[in-house]
Structure formats: C-alpha cells, structure tokens
Design a protein around this ligand. Structure first.
Ligand SMILES: CSC[C@H]1O[C@H](OP(=O)(O)O)[C@H](O)[C@@H]1O
Ligand SMILES: Nc1ncnc2[nH]cnc12
Length: 290
C-alpha cells in the first residue's frame, strides 16, 4: 500500500491541494467504515503526503456526519505520523481578524453528537488530553507561517478553539459566553479529530484560518457561509503555501512527539482479556501493543 508520513485534512474551502504531484486516489476501507472521500496520495516537493477533504470533495457531509474514526484510521493505515488540519474558524477575539492564522493549543468541547473514541468493544483506554495539540508539530507549523511573511496575515501562535456541534452557527448569547470563557476561535470539526489522532498516536495540529467574527462583533456582519467561503478563497493559496512549507520542514527535521506513544500508559484492559475479534478490529491502532 502507498505510504505517507504526513497527512493533511482540508476543511471548508480547501478540497484539494494544487501543488500535489504524482497524485493517486486511494480508496481506503476501515473497520470504522469509509472515510469522507478517497485519500489523495501524492508528493509535495518530492515528499509523500496524504490529503483528505474532510467534508468530501463536493462538501456533502455535515460536521455531525463526518466519519471521524474512519478518517483518522485511514491516515494511520497509510503510515501517517504527523497530521495537519486546515480549518475555517470564526474569531471570538478582536485581535484575531479575518484572514489571520491561529495555531490553537487548547480546545473546548461543545459537541453533543460525536463519537470521539476508538475504544469500547471490550477494551478500555484513557489517553492524556491536557495538551490536546502536539506542541512540536504546532511549533513547526507556526514557524512555517512566520517564515512566509504573508501580506495581511497576522499569526497567533496559541489560542483556544471552541468546537460546537452545528450545523447552525451560534446565537449571540452563545458567542458572548464563549468569549467570556476566553476562547479564541470557533469551529465545528477539530476536537473529535484531535482526540482520535491522539488515540491513534498521530501528532496533530490545526491551521485555523479566520474567516469571520462569528456574530458577537457589533461592527461586523454576522457569519454566513458566503462570508466564510469568500474569505477562505482569498486565503486558500496562502494556506497551501503554509502547508507546503510545513511539510518541507517536517521532512527535513521530523520532531519527536509524545503523541507517538500516547497509548503506552493509557490502556487499562489486559491484552489477554481482549477478544481476538476486537484485536483484529483495532488493527494498526494496537499493533505495537499486542
Ligand atoms: C462553511 S462554514 C462552517 C464549517 O466550516 C468549518 O469547517 P472546517 O472545520 O471543516 O473547515 C466549520 O467547522 C464548519 O464545519
Ligand atoms: N463562526 C463560525 N462558527 C462555527 N464554525 C465556523 N467556521 C467558520 N466560521 C465559523
């Protein structure tokens, strides 16, 4: 099977990577169902990467419908060790303006309807999630953004991403509540991904692309899909430059990440008490602990 150490999940407005060469579509099936779309495996400056459009190439999946487990499992199956998520977000802080880039280091979970663990079925594990993003990967991503000196883009090296259920956007009361909690940006997708990536021992970091001020800002229009997509289209080529530079830096100097051993002290169930069927289902996730 084609392998790639670096994975990219593209969100709203980023359905393909123009700079990818030697492109192949890989239909991956997983014990957790089919991913959002075929994975696109190709090379960026000669470096093998796997790309997946989170909502499908034609944006056919709601945030609540996303097959998060299949997406992360498929990346793991391809050998991905570093996963970069590009996502559209609303800003909850004045200083994070549309077109800015934020590299969140924290999440708040306001989802209601998501399966965000691989475990169960006779095997129990509790991974650490105090630091939900891989610090090293986030650093490489932030340094890549800084090195490009992109016009009109301010980099925010840290921030809290609040993950809401959607699909409707927030009410003003909710938006102001999240501001009072100190959240920096709001989106609908990254938290389940980050949890599952941690369980899959994949280092994960988010490139959050600010598209709007949600609905709290008195001097800006309330968020609409048109606004999100218009701003993302303005920024899509920047996002791809950032990803390309991050990939280049990662392949030159792949960082050591705690995420790569996240399950080491997390599994409570003795392996000899786990059924063969469950072990088989977990496949690549448990391989190294059997
Ligand atoms: C199109 S606006 C709302 C939509 O955009 C974000 O998607 P993604 O995180 O995949 O870039 C947000 O989470 C919502 O799913
Ligand atoms: N304001 C917002 N709320 C939730 N998700 C978003 N994605 C982009 N802008 C958003």
């Amino acid at each position: 099977m084609t392998k790639a150490k670096i994975g990219i999940i593209g969100g709203s407005g980023l359905y393909k990577m123009d700079a990818l060469k030697d492109v192949r579509e890989v239909e991956v099936d997983t014990p957790f169902g089919a991913p959002s779309d075929a994975l696109i495996v190709g090379t960026l400056d000669g470096i093998s990467v796997a790309f997946l459009p989170r909502h499908g190439r034609d944006h056919t999946l709601l945030p609540s419908e996303l097959p998060f487990r299949a997406n992360i499992y498929a990346m793991k199956q391809l050998g991905v060790e570093y996963l970069i998520s590009a996502s559209a977000v609303g800003s909850l802080k004045e200083e994070a303006k549309p077109l800015d880039m934020v590299v969140p280091d924290q999440f708040i979970d306001r989802t209601k309807n998501r399966v965000s663990t691989f475990f169960g079925d006779g095997i129990v594990a509790h991974v650490g999630f105090a630091d939900p993003v891989c610090h090293q990967l986030a650093g490489v991503l932030a340094d890549a953004i800084a090195s490009l000196n992109l016009a009109d883009v301010t980099l925010h090296r840290t921030g809290t991403y609040l993950c809401m259920e959607g699909p409707a956007f927030s009410t003003k009361a909710e938006s102001n509540l999240y501001r009072s909690w100190g959240a920096t940006v709001i989106g609908m997708t990254n938290l389940p991904e980050a949890k599952l990536a941690r369980e899959a021992e994949i280092a994960y970091a988010t490139l959050a692309l600010v598209t709007d001020y949600d609905c709290w800002h008195p001097d800006h229009d309330n968020v609409t899909v048109d606004l999100v997509i218009a701003n993302l289209q303005r920024n899509a080529s920047n996002a791809q430059k950032v990803i390309q530079e991050t990939v280049r830096r990662l392949s030159e100097n792949p960082p050591i990440s705690d995420a790569h051993s996240a399950l080491k002290n997390a599994i409570l169930t003795p392996m000899n008490k786990v059924s063969g069927a469950t072990k088989e289902k977990f496949g690549v996730l448990l391989q190294k602990y059997l």
